[in-house]
Design a protein around this ligand. Structure first.
Ligand SMILES: Cc1ncc(COP(=O)(O)O)c(C=O)c1O
Length: 324
């Protein structure tokens, strides 16, 4: 890593995260005690699905959208979640309550095919039921991300065809993205800009990618990239607020020449892009990105304060396993 390197998931350091409690298959334990087997399908093969969510004002933002994606991904790989949506919500809320967390929290919800009988690939060897882990961290995106912007490098690693591994599966195996991220780092950038199999600009290794040209917002067609919840919210916000938005193929020619560019993801919402392949994007003035960021903040505030009773208060008390 270069000294200046940053990632789109940089958060303000919060010492409370050293003592968080983690949900492991119904138990809530100190992070030092939170463990899964070396025979776990997730550890051995990356055979599992995950979801990143955020908690604001005692509410999980866009819970239904995240669950739509999560349950669809699990169904696609015949992974029985073992809980319905209410069960997942209860597990999330119990973990938040055990940690005394209500806002500015990032969640990684992970489900694998569980512990295997033998160290081999066949899913039939995973017979003991799934492994469910929930990690919640106090999390505020680092301010330098929005101030400085992210530097992207185009990398040789591309997004694959759904024939090999559909990019819409938020699988534990992120090797395609990890390789892209390494290539970007080796090129001296913060994050990788990935092309699709035809050479059109598609996405980054961890976020969805947007450009702004002459007041219009462009993103890829949605093929070959994660069906990001934030991506869709940004498209909807543009449509509802008279900002022209297009899901279309475009090339590096149009990306390099953009007036603005930004990334979207649950963690960082919208992160401005400062440069691509060493070429500065725009003039540093980012009025459309700023407007979309403001609209998104308002949306989160509306969504998470919508109900009279915070979700956390409607759920049963947590079961906490004390740390020795
Ligand atoms: C490769 C990739 N792209 C984009 C995203 C952003 O998706 P979302 O907006 O739902 O967080 C993610 C998040 O999981 C991702 O893994």
């Amino acid at each position: 890593m270069t000294g200046n390197s940053q990632t789109t998931h940089d958060a303000i350091d919060d010492p409370r995260n050293r003592d968080i409690l983690i949900y492991v298959n119904g138990e809530i334990v100190h992070r030092d005690e939170a463990k899964v087997s070396v025979y776990d399908s997730g550890f051995m093969l990356g055979d599992g699905m995950w979801e990143g969510l955020r908690l604001y004002n005692g509410q999980w933002a866009f819970f239904d959208e995240h669950m739509d994606r999560f349950f669809a991904s699990c169904k696609t790989i015949s992974l029985d979640v073992g809980l319905d949506r209410a069960g997942i919500l209860d597990a999330l809320n119990r973990t938040a309550e055990a940690n005394g967390m209500t806002t500015d929290v990032h969640c990684r919800l992970m489900l694998t095919r569980g512990v295997k009988d033998k160290p081999f690939q066949h899913p039939g060897l995973s017979r003991s039921g799934p492994t469910l882990v929930i990690i919640l961290e106090h999390s505020k995106p680092a301010e330098h991300l929005s101030a400085r912007g992210i530097r992207l490098a185009t990398v040789p690693q591309t997004r694959g065809l759904p024939l090999s591994q559909d990019a819409k599966l938020n699988s534990h195996s992120k090797l395609n993205c990890v390789i892209a991220s390494l290539q970007a780092e080796q090129a001296g950038a913060d994050e990788a800009l990935m092309l699709d199999p035809h050479g059109f600009v598609n996405t980054t290794n961890a976020c969805n990618f947007f450009i702004v040209r002459k007041g219009a917002v462009w993103t890829s067609t949605g093929d070959y990239c994660m069906n990001g919840v934030t991506r869709q919210k940004v498209i909807d916000l543009c449509r509802d607020n008279g900002i022209p938005v297009f899901e279309k193929n475009f090339t590096l020619y149009e990306a390099y020449g953009a007036d603005e560019a930004f990334l979207t993801g649950t963690f960082g919402a919208q992160t401005p892009v400062a440069e691509i392949d060493g070429k500065e994007i725009g003039t540093g003035d980012r009025p459309v990105t700023a407007r979309i960021r403001a609209l998104y903040r308002e949306l989160i505030a509306r969504e998470t304060k919508a109900e009279d009773t915070p979700a956390l208060l409607r759920n049963p008390a947590p079961v906490v396993t004390p740390v020795n």
